[in-house]
Design a protein around this ligand. Sequence first.
Ligand code: AHM
Ligand code: MG
Length: 339
Amino acid sequence: MNGKIITLNQFIIDRQNEFSYASGELSRLLSDIGTASKIINREVNKAGLVNILGDYGTINVQGEEVKKLDIYANEQLIAALSSGGECCVMGSEENDDIIEVNTEGVENAKYVVLFDPLDGSSNIDVNASIGTIFSIYRRISDGPKGGTVADCLQDGTEQVAAGYVIYGSSTILVYTTGHGVNGFTLDPSIGEFCLSHPDIQTPKDGKIYSINEGNYADFPEGVKQYISYCKEKNSAEARPYSSRYIGSFVADFHRNLLKGGIFIYPPTAKTPNGKLRLVYEVNPLAFLIEQAGGRATDGKQRVLEISPNALHMRVPLFIGSENMVKKAEAFFAVEAEKV
Ligand code: AHM
Ligand code: MG
């Protein structure tokens, strides 16, 4: 790079001509998400001060109620997206039902946004990375009001944009509109996301596997065998691989995206559909990994082609470097056939 700073908003405007449909609105929507995430970031950075500033549920010195961070993040995103005029309906991990937008002129709003406002929130108390995940679709309903459940349950292949923000050692926003993947690091001194990771491509092979091995006893046989394969000594194939698992999907995904690796949340005896949610956790990161040259399946089929039947539907997930995911699928398929 030539040292010139390109901010997120500048980048979005420069790339606006990549989408023919309602490009100005989509640009504004992405920019609104960027702004909301800066506000969330500010609160995330204060998380460790909670006992000083006031416990959750209490009134702080400014007379405001201290909210749990995931609730706070949810409210920020809903507020930003409701007032922008581009979003007709939302779906969030924090809300059982869809969030209807009722602002004036909502019948003209063209986009649908699904999000997990603060993923990996069990990591907040220990100062490990957490993130916001978002997914954007075109509205398919028409009518005099806001969007519908059907707008929120489109196949992942219909996404027009998706991304995440990771609140880590730095705060990074990564997104795609189907024309590659770009990452922006927040410069706190100027309050802007600046292009830091242009055109991210994930390695075809990696040396990291990420899975909650504590659940090993409940894993399908094929997954157990794949784990043994990852641990096996084979210097020609750079095995054993390293095991890395933060327990925060965005953080595990981001590391593997940059370094190469595989993240698995398999079906288990206790959770036959895995844990992760298709619509606002899995699909956005599946869109990103495919755009970066990687692969995302439920062990058998491309997750982007699974039709959601409920807002909070779960799916098993194998995501990451193409060759690693294919290898894991091969183990998974052989053992599945034997059952
Ligand atoms: P959450 O949405 O309640 O935070 O749960 C999702 C998180 C993911 O970030 C992470 O990959 C996964 O749960 C970890 O689950 P587990 O603790 O079962 O390994
Ligand atoms: Mg989550």
